[in-house]
Design a protein around this ligand. Structure first.
Ligand code: AMP
Length: 496
């Protein structure tokens, strides 16, 4: 069996890997590290959770042992689609680079330029950036890219989804052609393949874990519910309370406005809960995530965009408050639990309206998901209006959870027109929110093509730059309850 010692890494790197407690490289590491050390280009098809980050960080550390950084001329550049992923890669450099004296600069949106400028001035060995902020720095004349020896493009398909490909192409033009390029993507749609063909020279291709599979160690169940949010919240609370082995859980909503609503509701009901969505400022997000990782919070309500790619080890449970309308998001969500052979549980709340999305998921993962307590047809009839929140309107009704009592099990009620259109409205809203991230409205044969093909006007740059920080994350309407103003009690002391 291959060990890290067999891969050609330097003694300093090997010692840090041993201290991290790893002896056996994952398949992407075993496949990518030796050719990366031989200065070959890499095409890595792997998703987060496979050890992908170390597969480029470890060889980079080894290669960087020769040479020194010069002011404003970084030696290596890593591009990440989101701030959290960029911060996570920086943490990997800290962990595996603890025996090195390398300057690592993190250039992400949402934080001040000044400190980033100072780091660049000192000379950065490693630049880890989101594309928008990097271009801002280069255009301010603070950064020369002509010394970059290694370029890493991580999560390329996600970059495509978020509309970053034109930025990446601009950045690549600033870097010498002779560079080494390490390119990673979870999936390889044709546009990504084309991009790889243009950016990579005779790459070593390593493909691991198909993206349509869920870990066998995860118990997956569907949970029947009526479609109203207050009913779903009640079902969710009961479900959470019924889990004896729940250590920590991520609860996914389709829209960030629902993240905020559900967070407030769970908080009011006394759960230890935090929330993560794209409209929170960077400090709030980092603190929230740190609190969750350190078990100061048991539950984390999140949107797909905010949570994707985050390395949160050992999550015992995943709850899908909403069935994802894109089947591949289900696989990403479930991938938060059952990692590294551990057991995990994933529950998905399903109402009558969700049938076609569940079908799409079951088709993608090629398995039927069992119902927990009988399917939707076995569900007791929906209660009459007296148990619904007063004021009629669901969203924004602050007393909606307080106002409802136990289910009175009234007469079966025919589904009303309002309910039907509300459900449809919700799906449309999710699609609209995703569309701003570059996702198509209707599933196409090749869903990413539409976005990639859409040209951006040449003179659109400044407007585009202003909005780019928002495109680092979700772009839908700002939640009502808290955006950047996260209540102090949620920001329990943690790493800033
Ligand atoms: P990544 O795919 O880079 O997000 O890594 C997922 C998780 O796997 C991280 O928590 C890493 O610390 C961990 N990891 C990376 N390499 C190994 C390894 N060789 N053995 C066990 N765990 C690893």
């Amino acid at each position: 069996m291959t060990t890290f010692a067999d891969l050609g890494l330097s003694p300093k790197v090997l010692s840090a890997v041993t201290d991290a407690g790893y002896t056996i490289p994952t398949p992407i590491q075993a496949g990518a590290i030796p050719p990366a050390l031989a200065r070959r280009d890499i095409l890595g098809i792997a998703q987060t959770g496979t050890g992908k980050t170390a597969s480029f960080v470890l060889p980079m550390l080894t290669l960087l042992e020769k040479g020194r950084a010069r002011a404003r001329m970084p030696r290596t550049l890593i591009l990440e689609p989101t701030r959290e992923l960029a911060a996570q890669v920086a943490e990997n450099f800290e962990k595996y680079g603890k025996n090195h004296k390398l300057n690592v600069a993190l250039l992400i949106g949402g934080v001040s330029f000044d400190e980033q400028d100072r780091k660049l001035e000192r000379g950065a060995d490693v630049l880890i950036c989101t594309p928008g902020r990097l271009l801002d720095h280069t255009e301010r004349g603070k950064l020369l890219m002509t010394g970059v020896e290694i370029l890493v493009i991580d999560e390329a398909d996600r970059m495509l989804d978020m509309g970053f490909i034109p930025d990446i192409e601009r950045i690549a033009k600033l870097i010498p052609f002779t560079r080494q390029t390490l390119f990673f993507s979870a999936t390889m749609p044709p546009e990504i393949q084309k991009l790889a063909d243009r950016f990579l020279q005779n790459p070593e291709r390593i493909e691991v874990a198909p993206p349509s599979s869920t870990a066998k160690t995860v118990t997956q169940r569907l949970v029947a519910t009526h479609s109203k949010d207050y009913e779903k919240r009640s079902v969710l609370r009961d479900l959470i309370r019924a889990q004896d082995d729940l250590k920590n859980a991520i609860i996914f909503c389709n829209r960030k406005v629902d993240v905020a609503d559900l967070f407030r509701s769970l908080d009011r009901h006394g759960f230890s809960v935090g929330a993560l969505h794209g409209d929170m400022d960077q400090r709030a997000r980092t603190t929230m995530l740190a609190n969750f990782k350190e078990n100061k919070l048991t539950l984390l309500v999140a949107s797909d965009v905010a949570a994707r790619g985050l390395d949160i080890p050992d999550v015992s449970h995943v709850f899908n408050f909403d069935v994802p309308i894109h089947a591949e998001d289900y696989v990403h969500r479930i991938g938060r639990t059952g990692r590294a052979g551990r057991s995990g549980a994933a529950f998905t709340l399903v109402s009558k309206r969700d049938g076609k999305f569940v079908d799409a998921i079951e088709k993608l993962i090629d398995q039927k998901i069992e119902w927990l307590n009988g399917d939707i047809d076995a569900l007791p009839p929906q209660a009459e209006s007296e148990e619904r929140p007063r004021g009629g309107r669901e969203r924004g009704g602050r007393d909606r959870d307080r106002s409802r009592g136990r289910n009175t099990r009234g007469e079966p009620r025919a589904e009303t027109r309002t309910e039907t259109s509300e459900a449809q409205e919700k799906v449309e809203a999710v699609k609209a929110e995703r569309k701003t991230e570059g996702r198509p409205q209707a599933p196409a044969r090749n869903p990413r093509a539409a976005n990639h093909a859409a040209p951006r006007p040449a003179n659109d740059d400044s407007r585009d730059r202003r909005s780019r920080y928002r495109r680092d994350d979700d772009d839908g309407p700002t939640p009502l309850g808290f955006g950047d103003e996260v209540p102090a009690f949620m920001l329990i002391a943690g790493k800033a």
